[in-house]
Write a protein that binds this ligand. Structure first.
Ligand code: COI
Length: 359
């Protein structure tokens, strides 16, 4: 790769205070971060710096007008020290789709992959090896113009930081089907991974959490009759004859984990139906004892079961059987990511061991 990256390593590593046995999601960050700037219509100033605060002007346009997008991905290190990424180019594709929707510049494969490889390699000692743990990687882009007024920024920063994590959820979820608030409307930005979508989900999620639920299960904004996704993940319903998941449209985030599950389950001979999933239908299946399992999927959430679904003031317990499909999926993902099993889909991408070259 020919990208010229200035590497400025920390002289004050925090690795000795990192307890890999006791990781709390999103609270510990590795020693370094990648950054570059979009100035005069091109990406430049590629650099690795010690992780730390960045200077911001009060006028920074991302803070006011919301041009801010991000991705979530994970690197895994196996016991031989081999580091892998999972479908990184799909994250890049989605980042660039988000960028187009939010009127932001796109990023090349070279910049994106070099940033990931450098961070993974330089901070490789931060990657936990325990099953289910990983290095969560957060690529993100934001507008940096100093300007008051609504127009696309001319300047942007793209950055990548990382944190060692376990699964986002440590238990099966209690979700509340949301019928009043709406995550996304047709023609809106629901399919973009933009910061504002998460901000908009916080108040309804807080209301659900105040009632003892973990998450909101969004329904479509037009009728509130069909499942969309939760605040952090896509959703699957397993009945005795098929696996159902809401079809992708412009109000839903096209999860890479979601797509991987669909492909894997089809490969294993399951019938997977991407369709409009009606809440009423799911309640009927529940009453008829046809629901075998419900789960959510996401990079952070991995594959997490739903144990209870609240709808119109009534709680429905999802009695998962012992033979959980979600466990099988999780095992498969863990095995291919650590190279313990063959990856029939070519999803796993090995971080080159020569990725750290002082430049
Ligand atoms: C992810 O799954 O990576 C997300 O961005 C969702 C967030 C809950 C961390």
């Amino acid at each position: 790769m020919s990208l010229k990256i200035t590497i400025n390593l920390t002289e004050d590593s925090k690795i000795s205070s990192f307890d890999a046995e006791n990781i709390k999601f999103g609270q510990v960050f590795t020693d370094h971060m990648f950054a570059c700037d979009y100035i005069n219509h091109e990406w430049q100033n590629f650099r690795i710096d010690p992780f730390g605060k960045i200077p911001l002007s009060p006028t920074l346009s991302a803070l006011h007008y919301g041009q801010a997008i991000f991705e979530g991905m994970k690197a895994v290190k196996n016991t031989d020290g081999v580091i892998t990424l999972f479908r990184p180019l799909d994250n890049l594709k989605r980042l660039n789709q988000s960028a187009v929707r939010m009127c932001m510049p796109t990023l090349s494969e070279e910049i994106f992959m070099e940033a990931l490889h450098k961070i993974c390699s330089i901070d490789k000692n931060w990657i936990p090896t325990k099953t289910g743990s990983a290095l969560y990687i957060r690529p993100f882009m934001f507008a940096t113009d100093d300007f008051l007024g609504v127009k696309p920024s001319e300047n942007y920063s793209f950055m990548v930081y990382a944190c060692p994590v376990n699964a986002y959820y440590t238990h099966a979820l209690k979700v509340r089907v949301e019928e009043h608030f709406t995550r996304a409307a047709k023609g809106g930005v629901g399919a973009a991974k933009c910061a504002g979508n998460y901000a908009a989900s916080m108040y309804p999620t807080k209301l659900a959490q105040d009632l003892g639920y973990d998450q909101v299960l969004w329904t479509d904004g037009a009728t509130h009759e069909f499942f969309e996704e939760t605040g952090t993940s896509n959703v699957f319903v397993v009945t005795d004859d098929a696996v159902y998941t809401p079809e992708i449209n412009d109000t839903l985030l096209a999860g890479i984990t979601r797509d991987s599950i669909i492909q894997y389950l089809k490969h294993e001979g399951h019938q997977v139906i991407e369709t409009k999933v009606s809440v009423r239908q799911v309640i009927d299946w529940h009453k008829q004892g046809k629901i075998k399992e419900m789960f959510v999927s996401g990079t952070a959430a991995t594959v997490t079961n739903i144990e209870l679904m609240a709808y119109q003031g009534q709680d429905y317990t999802i009695n998962a059987t012992d033979n959980l499909l979600s466990k099988q999926i999780l095992n498969f993902f863990n095995n291919i990511k650590t190279l313990a099993a063959k990856d029939p889909f070519n999803w796993v991408s090995i971080v080159p061991s020569e990725a750290v070259i002082n430049q």
